[in-house]
Design a protein around this ligand. Structure first.
Ligand SMILES: *Cc1c(COP(=O)(O)O)cnc(C)c1O
Length: 425
């Protein structure tokens, strides 16, 4: 195909860009990525982006396009939708949104009037900015009421959710989180929404891969709408959101994506997601997701053994939220020190954090990326020990040097994408 060899052309034409790209590849290979929202995209799916589908304008929806030559584009988009429905058992799906944040905006616009009430999780306790943060569209357009965590258990306070729902009678309840290590009780959320006559939206951008593989329960039977990204645990390329919903909401949501918010969809990204959905149905993918969960547990245990406190005491998903104050004062310092030895993480607030978001008292880490590279439980435990060692000795250059060498050595044994996860058929 004509796009094969395009990097060779770039190397000739644009050395600066080629150099940055090769350096970034090296960085991704030589460091240990524990960022819970990152992954290495499956080479099968990423290969569809930048194919001839990148050329096609397919404004509109299958069967109702505003450009000619869309017969095959219609087939591709319909195939993506059918596969997604089969994978999650949902009634209706939109695959055109260009990010998961935009998906959420489209859903709010489809279901609510400005000024309606949304009950959602507080950002600082594990929610997402698109669930009603002050500075986001969602927070500016709607009346936001927020729930959080029980202070003792650091798990979602379902009593509080029920009480706030009864008191404020929201039109929409949002569940689904960005930095919450536990499973969300979608069934209970569904009952509460039904009781007060609210829609329920579940945003599964983070744990979606575990859900797709059946490793943890799905919200699809309980929620009116489910939104997700495709690049976190899902392991597809970055960008693009997916909206699943009950049949009768489908047309309204479609209209909010196009023409409400967007123009023509990115056909190469849709083609790529269609391949991703097929990949999710393979044994290799299911094995991968099981390993992600096992590795997150190993990471949690390893860190606890090193004396660190974990928010909620552990994990039931792919991520761990670590209170780092036993070893280093702030999340920002932790992120910097770990970055300097090649362990890539992000600072994160912990529940009832005394620090500002800029400093924070925790780090949020996860197993998806290292699991993609082929790490097993014992490897992850070793990473946990290195991480704790760097934090504990953050002022001792000699110890940091040791950790830096160990990280580089460890990373050098693993490819970006382990052979065993590539589906054989
Ligand atoms: C990451 C995340 C998103 C945003 O995804 P983008 O594709 O980056 O817009 C939305 N919701 C939740 C809960 C997330 O964790």
């Amino acid at each position: 195909m004509y796009m094969d060899g395009s990097f060779a052309l770039i190397q000739k034409f644009d050395q600066e860009m080629a150099e940055y790209t090769l350096k970034e590849e090296k960085r991704q290979l030589e460091t240990l990525c524990l960022i819970a929202s990152e992954n290495y995209a499956s080479p099968i799916t990423v290969g569809m982006e930048g194919t001839v589908w990148a050329n096609k304008n397919a404004e509109g929806y299958p069967g109702h396009r505003f450009a000619g030559g869309c017969e095959l584009a219609d087939k591709v988009e319909n195939l993506a939708k059918e596969r997604c429905k089969e994978l999650f058992g949902c009634e209706y799906v939109n695959v055109q949104s260009m990010s998961s944040t935009l998906s959420n905006v489209a859903v709010l616009r489809a279901l609510l009037k400005p000024g309606d009430t949304i009950l959602s999780m507080e950002l600082n306790q594990g929610g997402h900015l698109s669930h009603g943060a002050r500075f986001h569209y969602s927070g500016k357009m709607y009346n936001i009421v927020q729930y959080g965590l029980n202070k003792e258990t650091e798990t979602i306070d379902m009593e509080q959710v029920a009480n706030l729902a009864r008191e404020h009678k929201p039109q929409l309840i949002i569940c689904g989180t960005s930095s919450y290590p536990r499973m969300v009780d979608y069934k209970r959320f569904g009952e509460i929404a039904k009781e007060v006559g609210a829609y329920l939206m579940a945003d599964i951008a983070h744990p979606v891969g575990l859900i797709a593989a059946g490793v943890i329960p799905s919200p699809v039977p309980y929620a009116d709408v489910v939104t997700t990204s495709t690049h976190k645990t899902f392991r597809g390329p970055r960008g693009c959101g997916i909206i699943m919903c009950r049949e009768e909401l489908g047309k309204k949501i479609d209209q909010q994506i196009f023409p409400g918010l967007q123009g023509a969809p990115k056909m190469d990204m849709i083609a790529s997601r269609a391949v991703l959905f097929k990949e999710c149905m393979t044994e290799e993918y299911k094995e991968y997701q099981k390993q992600v969960k096992k590795n997150a547990e190993a990471l949690a245990d390893g860190l606890k053994d090193c004396g660190l406190r974990l928010v909620s005491g552990g994990t039931e998903t792919h991520l761990v939220l670590v209170d780092i104050r036993e070893l280093i004062p702030t999340g920002r310092e932790a992120e910097d020190v770990l970055g300097s030895v090649g362990i890539v993480v992000n600072k994160n607030m912990i529940p009832y954090d005394p620090q500002s978001a800029n400093l924070a008292s925790g780090i949020r880490i996860g197993s998806p990326a290292l699991t993609t590279r082929g790490f097993k439980e014992e490897d992850i435990r070793e990473v946990a020990r290195l991480l704790a060692k760097a934090l504990k000795h953050h002022k001792e250059e000699a110890v940091l040097d040791e950790v830096r060498s160990a990280v580089k050595e460890k990373a050098s044994h693993y490819p970006m994408f382990a052979e065993k996860w590539i589906p054989r058929s």
